[in-house]
Write a protein that binds this ligand. Sequence first.
Ligand SMILES: C[S@@+](CC[C@H](N)C(=O)[O-])C[C@H]1O[C@@H](n2cnc3c(N)ncnc32)[C@H](O)[C@@H]1O
Length: 212
Amino acid sequence: MIVTDAVRSYLDETRPEPDALLAEMRERGARDSVPILDAHAAVLLNVLARAVGARRIVEVGTAIGVSTLHLARALPDDGELVSFEIDRERHTQALSYFARARLSARIDLRLQDAAEGLTELEGPFDVAFLDGLKAEYADHLELIVPLMRPGGLVAVDNVLMSGAVAEGRPIDGWSGDRIATARAFNDHFLAHPQLDGLITPVGDGIALAVRR
Ligand SMILES: C[S@@+](CC[C@H](N)C(=O)[O-])C[C@H]1O[C@@H](n2cnc3c(N)ncnc32)[C@H](O)[C@@H]1O
């Protein structure tokens, strides 16, 4: 948790309830220890994707599809979302949730390593969301930036790691090595010559930037 308990409680009280499908997905994720984007951050992604008029979205790290669903719901009927996941069981579960959400037509869910898959994509994309292995963020970012249209939005999850990145000490299992990697990535992201952005304390820390 990055904000105070009181702020967190207030935000939770005022946030709209997820629909039945999303609630079921989150329950399953909690039961099976699947890491899933914070609920506020998920709504933020949906709002931002709609604000930039997204028609094409790329995501790294589908897991069982919670963030994917929020992003796909921001797309028009003829929109497209490409999402990469390397875990076969999670990929299969996500496919079945998207079918139930009647969103399969706009979600191209690839069971593939993102670094490999990103090299096969053609831009331009309007929104990119990075939520795979944290140690691979820098590689994924370098592959994604050239695919983004000018004005396109890049979002990255877990950049504050439960506060460990700011405090510089292990919290919630984030080790010293991972904190150092995260700090280096954050510096790189914020100084990137083709991006203008910032780090927000939403969820576990979301970095946001617009492609120049
Ligand atoms: C934090 S979870 C994603 C959560 C999801 N975005 C959500 O909020 O609902 C990270 C996922 O990335 C997948 N992953 C890790 N490295 C990957 C890679 N190189 N290519 C594709 N998927 C990867 C993991 O298997 C895991 O399911």
